[in-house]
Design a protein around this ligand. Structure first.
Ligand code: NAD
Length: 294
């Protein structure tokens, strides 16, 4: 049993913390929202008055927060309060620069640190099947791996500080671009009088095959479990896809990488969000594309 502080008990953090409790760990949780603390309490988390109290006596600290500025400010607040050698794991999806800043703050206080963003959404968080993409020194990763296990289907050590965040935004840039590509193909097929099923049957076994088509098909029918079959209820909300595409563009700008398709995908998702799509599943972009037809 390990004493774990868990800070940020939202849609993802609460089910993740619940799986740590189920695995036999003592979890000391904190969130700014009282309703989230109530849920945590019902899941067996010991609810603390603030982040600093949650960290007291913890061997591991996990953060699951909205954005880089929240992670850096929480690290600045709690790193001085943690015992040297404490392992800090940040599983939020944040920009690479903030992730590296968080590692630096941890290092200044003699702490071990890993950035470990996830994919798999709230369903994966509840089922304990998230994919963790980890960045950090070998020793820190070795300590983090058994802690992450009860929440994970797969854990990949991607490299040094920030490498987990880099892997996450590169993957999601592929996803955003490929979903738009698959959606455009279905919209064109409709115009050409080709049925959804016929395009699916050909492309799913041809060179157009990809996850956005075969697992998350943006039209109802061919893949019964995809959000298109339940009126595009998320799933993975378009607002979160836009967040990740913006992070990818930020990283591309800072590193000098040329990503014109990523830039276009970010712009299309920004328009889709602005026109009411933010809470829909990101595969709902197909309806936005249909709406733009001449
Ligand atoms: P959420 O908004 O539901 O939860 C974030 C929580 O952090 C909130 O409950 C908020 O009150 C809390 N918080 C903010 N500042 C705080 C502070 N200073 N101290 C304590 N608590 C604080 O968001 P979420 O859906 O749980 O996502 C969390 C992170 O995981 C984000 O970075 C998101 O991009 C990423 N993520 C989400 C999904 C998903 O499907 N929801 C999937 C993969 C990754």
């Amino acid at each position: 049993m390990t004493t774990i502080a868990f800070i940020g008990l939202g849609n993802m953090g609460n089910p993740m913390a619940a799986n740590l409790v189920k695995a036999g760990h003592a979890v000391q949780g904190f969130d700014l929202m009282p309703a989230n603390l109530e849920t945590a309490k019902a899941n067996g988390v010991s609810v603390m008055a603030d982040a600093a109290t949650a960290v007291a006596g913890a061997e591991v600290v996990i953060t699951m927060l909205p954005a880089g500025r929240h992670v850096v400010s929480v690290y600045e607040e709690i790193a001085p309060k943690a015992a040297p050698g404490t392992l800090f794991i940040d599983s939020s999806t944040i920009d690479v620069a903030s992730a590296r800043r968080a590692h630096a703050i941890a290092g200044e206080h003699g702490l071990l640190s890993v950035d470990a963003p996830v994919s798999g959404g709230t369903g994966g968080a509840a089922a304990g099947t998230l994919t963790f993409m980890a960045g950090g020194a070998d020793g820190a990763f070795a300590k983090a791996e058994p802690i992450l296990k009860p929440m994970a289907g797969r854990i990949v050590h991607c490299g040094g500080a920030g490498a987990g965040q880099a892997a996450k935004i590169c993957n999601n840039m592929i996803l955003g671009i490929s979903m738009i590509g698959v959606s455009e193909a279905f919209v064109l097929a409709e115009k050409l009088g080709l049925s959804h099923q016929a395009l699916f049957d050909v492309a799913s076994t041809s060179s157009g095959q990809c996850w956005s088509l075969t697992t998350y098909c943006p039209v109802p029918g061919p893949v019964p479990a995809s959000p298109a079959n339940r009126d595009y209820k998320p799933g993975f909300a378009a607002a979160l896809m836009l967040k990740d595409l913006k992070l990818a563009q930020e990283a591309a700008g800072a590193s000098g990488a040329v990503t014109p398709m990523g830039a276009e995908a970010a712009q299309l998702y920004a328009l889709f969000n602005a026109q009411g799509g933010a809470d829909a599943d990101f595969s709902g972009i197909i309806n936005f594309l249909r709406g733009k037809e001449a």
